[in-house]
Design a protein around this ligand. Structure first.
Ligand code: FES
Length: 571
């Protein structure tokens, strides 16, 4: 578990700046640290780094100053010196082209700053969608003792007697606006009421899913994933996390002892039982890949067929994260899943998952929100991987958020060659499209130049939306927001931009979907596919410099977590 670096000097003496004279280096470091007002007594204590990610461009982290104070209080009370340091912050809706494109940059920043600065353990403060996976990826690669503290979800708001929470309701009202059922002043009112407190999106979207997976992996304190951002318990959790970091600094329990194949399997079970975000499979694959653990999509399917959905939360169900917290939160879910989990997995507290659950036996559960294993919401897991001639490397469908009547279907393809083509034509009154067609979006994958946007939730063409059509089969190499819903086939691999069959689909082709058989097939013969491949347009110009070039040259496909090839652990 502890590597050579973890066995060396501790505190301020770790990882000295290289001047060719270690005595000079520690003298100079102490001198400069004292310039910040620290006494020699403080500088002799274990140092807890705090990866700190507030930003004027990140609404979800706006309470972090108060949370930081609580973490520091916990560290100091336990006899350590807390030192926060900034990393890149990714506010989901403020980034162009997408936050996913910068997740790996944040992960590299976190990894290198954790490794380069003298800290005995690190608290990872994240929350908004990509920040938690980025911090876990970085911490897993740096492999010093680390504990995750999440932002916590937003509280819901009210609009004309109805509860509102980002961002399932964002989409629901937008769909009503597109269908002509909500007018312009109405949608502006809703806009001001969707996100009204600090914290991450109020439903089981990507941020909440990743918060729950961090706890399921054993990387955050028990019971902390779902505490609302503005609840006093969130501050108490922050204080306790600071204290826990001090225990980790002493025990030198490193992420590789916590994130193992067995704990990754637990996290996958939890993802499936939550009906969690499709993005989480990409992120979990990236985190696990940093420690040499692969997540083949066939494994996801094996687990999905034996893990029921237990949680009745939007976007698949009725409730919000604050209800999940009050209903028993992750402790209740883990207790229900107990017979399916690997209970010997170690957690940041030094206890195994089994020991944690034994101590929580008999805890309160609200069955409206968290079902019993014997009486689940759905008998099988929320996500399923599909394979076939359209997706030889796999694709993902969130079956718990989809219309089951569309699961065994053959349909006619209506193809959009790019995001620009989609936005130019989707509402064209002359578009040849019917409710039982399959909408296909090409060139929105990791290497498309668009940063694999959350565009897989293609809008229902407004002519059909106005006629009352609520769902259609939609297929793409894009992603989908964790807060969205619909019969949406995502992450088609290989993507169109690298020559995948998705790029060769033409208007009028027939596509067959079978969720029962886990298949998605393009019903076009091989000779015709070869002919289309030979005349496929040349790949778009590639970026010549900077991070965009690094990204384009090295990003992996969705089934490998969209990490950079050189950042995954050597196999
Ligand atoms: Fe930050 Fe949704 S915008 S979690």
């Amino acid at each position: 578990m502890a590597d050579a670096e973890n066995d060396g000097p501790t505190g301020i003496g770790r990882g000295l700046t290289n001047y060719g004279d270690p005595d000079f280096a520690i003298y100079l470091r102490r001198s400069f640290a004292r310039s910040m007002g620290y006494s020699n007594d403080m500088l002799a204590k274990p140092i807890i780094g705090i990866a700190y990610t507030p930003s004027g461009f990140n609404n979800c982290h706006r309470h972090f100053p108060e949370l930081l104070e609580a973490v520091k209080r916990g560290v100091i009370a336990a006899g350590g010196l807390p030192l926060e340091f900034p990393t890149i912050s990714l506010g989901e809706v403020f980034l162009n082209p997408t936050s996913l494109m910068f997740r790996n940059l944040m992960a590299m920043d976190a990894e290198e700053m954790i490794r380069a600065q003298p800290m005995d353990a690190v608290v990872l403060m994240g929350g908004c969608d990509k920040t938690v996976p980025a911090l876990l990826m970085g911490a897993a690669s740096a492999n010093i003792p680390a504990v995750q503290l999440v932002a916590g979800p937003m509280m819901t708001s009210r609009h004309e007697g109805e509860r509102l929470g980002a961002c399932t309701d964002c989409r629901r009202f937008w769909a009503q606006y597109r269908a002509g059922n909500v007018d312009e002043p109405g949608i502006r009112k809703v806009e001001g009421r969707l996100a009204t407190t600090a914290g991450t999106c109020a439903v089981m979207g990507t941020a909440s899913t990743m918060a729950c997976l961090a706890e399921a992996l054993g990387m955050s304190l028990p019971g902390t994933a779902a505490i609302p951002a503005v609840h006093a318990d969130r501050l108490r959790a922050a204080e306790a996390t600071g204290e826990e970091a001090m225990r980790l600094a002493a025990s030198r329990l490193t992420p590789d002892a916590i994130i193992t194949r067995a704990s990754v399997e637990n996290a996958l079970r939890v993802l499936l039982a939550l009906g969690g975000s499709t993005n989480a499979i990409i992120h979990l694959t990236a985190v696990a890949g940093r420690l040499g653990i692969g997540i083949p999509l066939t494994w996801l399917n094996e687990l999905s067929d034996t893990t029921p959905v237990l949680v009745n939360l939007k976007p698949t169900g009725a409730h919000y994260m604050e209800d999940f917290f009050a209903a028993g939160g992750m402790g209740a879910v883990l207790r229900e899943l107990k017979p399916l989990l690997n209970l010997g997995c170690m957690t940041v507290t030094g206890e195994t998952l089994g020991e944690r659950l034994a101590a929580e036996e008999g805890g309160w559960v609200d069955r409206d929100v968290i079902s019993a294993l014997a009486d689940p919401m759905e008998p099988v897991g929320g996500l399923v991987a599909l394979f076939g001639s359209l997706a030889p490397g796999g694709a993902i469908l969130k079956r718990s958020a989809a219309d089951h009547t569309l699961f065994e279907r053959e349909g006619r393809a209506v193809v959009f060659a790019s995001l620009a083509d989609l936005s130019a034509r989707i509402d064209d009154p002359g578009l040849d499209v019917a409710a039982d067609d399959f909408l296909v979006l090409q060139n929105a994958g990791p290497k498309s130049g668009s940063g694999m946007p959350e565009a897989g939730y293609l809008p229902i063409p407004s002519r059909l939306a106005r006629a009352g059509v609520k769902d259609m089969v939609r297929i793409s190499d894009a992603r989908m927001s964790g807060t969205a819903f619909g019969t949406i086939v995502l992450h088609v691999t290989p993507e169109a931009a690298v020559g995948g069959p998705l790029g060769l689909v033409r208007d009028g082709d027939r596509i067959r979907l079978s969720v029962k058989n886990h298949t998605i097939d393009l019903l076009v013969d091989e000779a015709e596919m070869k002919k289309r491949a030979a005349t496929a347009p040349a790949i778009a110009p590639q970026p010549a410099r900077g991070y965009a070039k690094l990204y384009m040259d090295t990003v992996l496909q969705a089934d490998e977590g969209c990490d950079f090839d050189f950042l995954r652990a050597a196999k």
